[in-house]
Design a protein around this ligand. Structure first.
Ligand code: ADP
Ligand code: ZN
Length: 291
């Protein structure tokens, strides 16, 4: 079997083909332009490198309800040319193979659970903190879907009393995680790109406070054995100890198994390919189900 992966991002599309041991045989990256410009190039890649099943890990939100008329479509997105785009139906129709679609972060959670930082564990949460904030949830062998899929970036937080921008930047909600802790929110709050802020800037204490609130919510709801934090902003690795200490402080000793968050709150092992490897694993699942 040959498996195909498409990691569909707002900036770039990463495509790969792998054998059944998931060794990558070919790989390509394309800029995300309009669907009319980008989709034919992606289809051409999979025609040049034929696969038996395809996994797509995509930016969203996505309609993942198999009973919905819009199943497999991107729904609302700031990338306006992709609003309502039927991503899964187009690949299914054009390639005629089993295809499966999930969120980029659910794909990343799957990769970490099956091959990475959460290997062998029952539950994990993968969070990306980048241009947006999103989380994938792996729960007892399954990726969580339901009404939609997790939209953890929009959980509501308590603003820090010293935050000069407590409303955040989300156009939909005051004080949501993405609005308070994404890369663009850091830039808006401090007037400098997150990448350029020094490691000892007060921005990181605030950031850790918000990400720790998210970790506490994850621990209290999903009961993950690992919380994996990835995305561009986590390139500031000094955040990890700050988030761990703040999570312990906010937990207040309430969860007895959490004595030490050193092994609980960790970077991804598959970085920067968590989403791509997860998409290959989705393809493998789809290929095996079709047999
Ligand atoms: P995307 O979310 O678009 O897929 P990234 O995960 O790279 O891409 O996130 C981009 C965001 O992360 C930008 O807002 C950028 O300022 C921020 N970022 C990237 N690298 C760093 C870094 N080393 N330190 C802090 N912020 C960073
Ligand atoms: Zn929001």
């Amino acid at each position: 079997m040959r498996y195909g992966a498409l990691e569909a991002g707002g900036t770039k599309m990463v495509l790969a083909v792998a054998d059944d041991q998931l060794h990558i045989l070919a790989r390509e990256s394309l800029p995300t332009k309009t669907p009319e410009a980008t989709v034919p190039r992606m289809l051409a890649f999979f025609r040049e490198h034929p696969v038996d099943a395809l996994g797509i890990g995509s930016f969203g939100p996505l309609d993942l309800n198999p009973l919905s008329a819009a199943y497999g479509c991107i729904t609302k997105t700031p990338k306006l040319s992709w609003v309502d785009y039927p991503l899964l139906p187009v690949f299914q129709r054009e390639l005629g193979i089993p295809c499966v679609l999930d969120t980029d972060v659910n794909a990343a959670a799957l990769a970490e659970a099956e091959t990475g930082a959460a290997k062998g564990l029952k539950n994990c949460v993968y969070v990306t903190i980048g241009t947006g904030v999103g989380a994938g949830i792996y729960c007892e062998g399954n990726l969580v879907h339901g009404l939609m899929h997790p939209e953890f970036g929009h959980i509501l937080l308590s603003p820090h009393p010293d935050d000069p921008m407590p409303r955040g930047v989300c156009p939909y909600h005051a004080g949501c995680l993405e609005g308070l802790a994404s890369g663009p929110s850091i830039e808006k709050r401090w007037g400098v790109s997150a990448r350029e802020l020094p490691a000892d800037h007060p921005a990181w204490r605030l950031e850790a406070h918000y990400l720790a609130q998210m970790c506490v919510t994850a621990l209290m709801t999903v009961s993950p054995e690992k919380i994996i934090l990835g995305g561009g902003v986590m390139g500031q690795t000094q955040l990890f100890p700050l988030i761990r200490r703040e999570t312990e402080r906010l937990l207040g000793g309430y969860l007895p198994p959490v004595r030490d968050t050193e092994k609980l709150i960790v970077p991804p092992s598959c970085y920067p390919d968590s989403g791509l490897i997860g998409s290959l694993l989705l393809a493998k699942r789809a290929g095996e189900e079709a047999q």
